[in-house]
Design a protein around this ligand. Structure first.
Ligand SMILES: [Zn+2]
Length: 497
């Protein structure tokens, strides 16, 4: 209530358009009281409901500097009383003598002529609204308070009525503009509202008061929203710079956690500001969707950039299988995925471009498989130390008996432990079966087959038999591997030529 309680005209004990002689008279009166050590009780103290003023010589002297410029005079008179006509005179008399606020409000209301600001009504509107603000502490009627402020500011947001007020309180002062007065008075009004109604959001209240005032609303909205947007922008920049630092160095699996957590913090810290913006202007406003777009672009970076860095690191070590497997094994994508889910959830009900990007990136990252599965069973995780080698060859020139084959024991393929055991045991089994059957046949025929095969066919029968068994039991199994199958289709045969 400083604006009214410590209004320079109140301290001087006069109306805002009091003549110089009136002012001098009041100053003398105050001085005389001070001489005998008393506090003057003046007509315009309006105590109660306003609390008393402790007037001192210094306080009185200070006031003329507070109402020096045209703008100062207009601002302080706007939150005080003026006497421009007979209606004001009568109503002010009622107020100061009888201190009957309701009666005075009634009198002023008659002069307000339906609260349309005209040369006849503007002074009553100022007086009525000032008194209504003073009465708020008593009636606590927020709608009456809002209406009073709205009416009051009609006077200064229209140049015609502003000039009328200027003519009344600063007739010989320099000209001023509506913008200049609003620039000066709106911050003061905010302070006043905060003092009177601390339980309400002042920005929301002030936007609500001026929603039908075209001159004030547009500028006010930009200012209020601009401040909130700025708060979010600062948070975005902070995140961007921390993220940049973490991404500068070489890949480390910790960035898959630390950077998404930066994004998560950004979403959490911005929440209150976004809620404020939304409550002030509502969802469809472009000011709001623009800030959301910027915010979630940064959140997207906090998810996709560390992921890209992982992919780069994997590509860099592609030649070393064990390094690739180690990178994938240490990588943890749950933080990135959680961040994307949080972001998409936060954008529920909005259609902005970044939302689709977030959805697509979540899908892509979610589908990325960190663990390689065994190609034999397509079930278990690959075990790096388990490798089977399959001998394979292919004739390049059948006539000349020229062929190509895999050195070091054959094509090496990795697999899971379970498949490794299964495949090696089949290899052993195929040998055991082939040998047992051959030996059994030799025993049954008392060695005749052995002699014939050995002497006449140089064991071709055994070679043929054992490779047939191996094919049925062992190669049929390894052929399930896509790499081996590819070589078979290219014309490779199992075994050595
Ligand atoms: Zn397997």
């Amino acid at each position: 209530m400083n604006l009214i309680h410590h209004n320079p005209f109140r301290i001087l004990g006069v109306t805002a358009n009091a003549s110089l002689s009136d002012r001098k008279q009041q100053a003398n009166l105050i001085a005389q009281y001070l001489k005998i050590g008393q506090n003057a009780k003046l007509d315009f103290d309006i105590t109660p409901p306003l609390s008393p003023i402790e007037r001192t010589k210094e306080l009185i002297e200070l006031q003329s500097s507070r109402i020096h410029s045209t703008e100062d005079k207009i601002m302080h008179s706007l939150f005080w009383f003026v006497q421009a006509n007979g209606v004001d005179k009568i109503a002010l008399k009622h107020l100061t003598k009888s201190k009957d606020i309701d009666k005075a409000l009634n009198d002023f209301e008659k002069g307000c002529r339906g609260f349309v600001a005209t040369p006849i009504s503007y002074s009553s509107i100022i007086n009525h609204s000032t008194l209504q603000i003073i009465a708020y502490r008593r009636h606590k009627n927020l709608n009456k308070l809002k209406e009073a402020i709205s009416n009051k500011f009609k006077i200064v947001s229209d140049l015609k009525t502003l000039n009328l007020l200027k003519g009344l309180v600063a007739a010989d002062g320099m000209n001023t503009t509506v913008d200049r007065i609003l620039e000066l008075t709106l911050p003061k009004l905010k302070e006043l509202l905060y003092e009177l109604v601390p339980e309400e959001n002042t920005d929301k209240l002030i936007l609500d008061i001026f929603k039908s005032n075209k001159v004030i609303y547009a500028g006010l909205e930009n200012e209020v929203i601009g401040l909130l947007v700025e708060k979010v922008t600062v948070l975005i920049s902070k995140t961007e710079s921390s993220r940049g630092k973490l991404l500068k160095s070489n890949f480390s699996s910790s960035i898959l956690k630390d950077i998404p957590l930066l994004g998560k913090k950004l979403v959490e810290d911005s929440k209150i500001h976004l809620e404020n913006i939304e409550s002030l202007i509502g969802k469809p406003d472009s000011n709001y969707t623009n800030v959301l777009q910027n915010l979630f672009e940064e959140v997207n970076f906090c998810g996709v950039l560390p992921f890209n860095k992982l992919i780069e690191a994997i590509n860099d070590v592609q030649s070393s299988r064990s390094s690739v497997i180690k990178l994938k094994k240490d990588a943890e994508l749950s933080h990135i995925i959680a961040l994307y889910k949080l972001a998409i959830q936060s954008l529920d009900g909005f259609t902005i471009p970044i939302k689709n990007t977030l959805i697509e990136n979540l899908k892509g990252i979610g589908e990325f498989e960190l663990e390689e599965t065994c190609s034999f069973c397509n079930l278990n995780e690959m075990n790096e130390s388990r490798q089977v080698k399959i001998p394979m060859y292919k004739f390049t020139d059948f006539i000349k008996s020229q062929y190509t084959y895999f050195k070091d024991g054959g094509v090496a393929v990795s697999c899971c432990s379970s498949c490794y055991n299964k495949i090696t045991s089949r290899k052993v089994l195929s040998f055991v079966i082939a040998f047992a059957v051959y030996a059994g046949l030799a025993a049954v025929t008392s060695g005749v087959t052995l002699v014939i095969d050995g002497f006449f066919a140089r064991f071709k029968l055994y070679t043929f038999w054992s490779s047939w068994v191996k094919k049925k039991i062992y190669y049929s199994e390894v052929e399930k591997h896509p790499v081996i199958r590819k070589f078979v289709l290219e014309g490779y045969e199992f075994g050595a030529p």
